[in-house]
Design a protein around this ligand. Structure first.
Ligand SMILES: [Zn+2]
Length: 325
């Protein structure tokens, strides 16, 4: 079955279609007028999850502005932009007190929190990963929720000025924080991560971390460091984690990965040789896989039960593109 939350590339979170209208962010009266428009809607985030109305296929992630404000105390409102039809979209961040931790994780690891709102039984919390995997929403809506979540995660962890330590406050319709003590402006951060499929002829290099599910292998990945190019980061990470020198780094695509605020930069690279020296602090295992084996993993019928990333992730796009070549 096709997953409706993914766009044609097979990736989640890459299909935002809002015009962000950053030119309007400083114009408080204009933002207030948009907020009052009849077609204005808000994505509501509590802690780091989306608040949904209803269940299953009829679940909705967009709330009327008044209804969103009535769910609970709102810590922050951010203007996300205008849809292609011109409808204003906002992100509301609820006070932590609106959600209650639930210890009996009946829905696996994904939904451990209950939303407690007096008089409302139609609201629930949904983890962004599970929304992507279940194909709950169309790609632009899922991408909008991801944008809201990444932005709000930044506010949640940047309440104090990184320069002087004083409390900071939100500005520019949620797209900046300012420090009244030292006048420094702070902007939402995105953390670049390189993720690369290294190949040599008809074999490619995949690794697994100890925390991965049994038999699950993926492309190597790591954070870009200050002063590095994408190409240098790819080469360094592959050398550090697998002891393989590589060359000829080629960019394929990128994917916002809002856990909490990464940008996955998907690349191919060519190995100079196949000898492996695995850094076991980073990887439990790494090995070379033939194209035939990768095709079996993608199809879910590998004889040893080995598996690869699901469709929502850019690692899958890298593997699929390479195995189709
Ligand atoms: Zn300051």
């Amino acid at each position: 079955m096709e997953n409706a939350a993914l766009d044609a590339t097979g990736m989640a979170y890459v299909s935002g279609d809002c015009d962000r209208r950053s030119d309007m962010r400083e114009d408080a009266p204009a933002i207030a007028a948009l907020r009052g428009a009849p077609d204005a809607r808000a994505v509501v985030i509590a802690r780091d999850q989306a608040v949904l109305r209803g269940e299953g296929e009829s679940a909705a992630a967009l709330h009327g502005i008044d209804q969103a404000a009535a769910i609970g105390a709102v810590r922050l409102e951010a203007f996300l932009g205008l849809t292609p039809a011109g409808a204003p979209r906002f992100a509301f961040w609820l006070d932590d007190g609106a959600v209650e931790m639930r210890e009996d994780a009946s829905d696996g690891f994904l939904d451990r929190r209950a939303l407690v709102v007096p008089g409302r039984t139609d609201l629930r919390l949904a983890d962004l990963r599970s929304l992507a995997m279940k194909g709950a929403f169309d790609p632009p809506t899922l991408s909008m929720i991801a944008t809201a979540k990444a932005l709000i995660s930044w506010h949640a962890t940047h309440g104090f000025c990184a320069k002087c330590g004083a409390k900071s406050h939100a500005a520019a319709a949620g797209w900046r924080r300012e420090c009244a003590a030292c006048q420094t402006q702070h902007f939402p951060r995105t953390d670049p991560v390189v993720i690369m499929l290294v190949s040599d002829g008809d074999h490619c290099l995949l690794g697994r971390q100890a925390r991965f599910p049994k038999g699950f292998y993926s492309a190597l990945a790591g954070f870009l460091e200050p002063g590095e190019t994408i190409e240098a980061a790819v080469k360094r990470e592959v050398l550090e984690e697998a002891g393989v020198l590589c060359r000829d780094v080629r960019y394929l695509a990128s994917q916002p990965w809002p856990f909490p605020a990464s940008l996955m930069i998907g690349c191919f690279a060519s190995a100079s040789d196949r000898a492996l020296t695995i850094d076991h602090k980073e990887l439990e295992d790494a090995r070379w896989f033939s194209r035939a084996e990768v095709r079996q993993m993608l199809a879910g019928d590998h004889p040893d039960g080995l598996a690869s990333p699901g469709k929502m992730a850019i690692a899958r796009t890298l593997l699929q593109t390479w195995s189709d070549a």
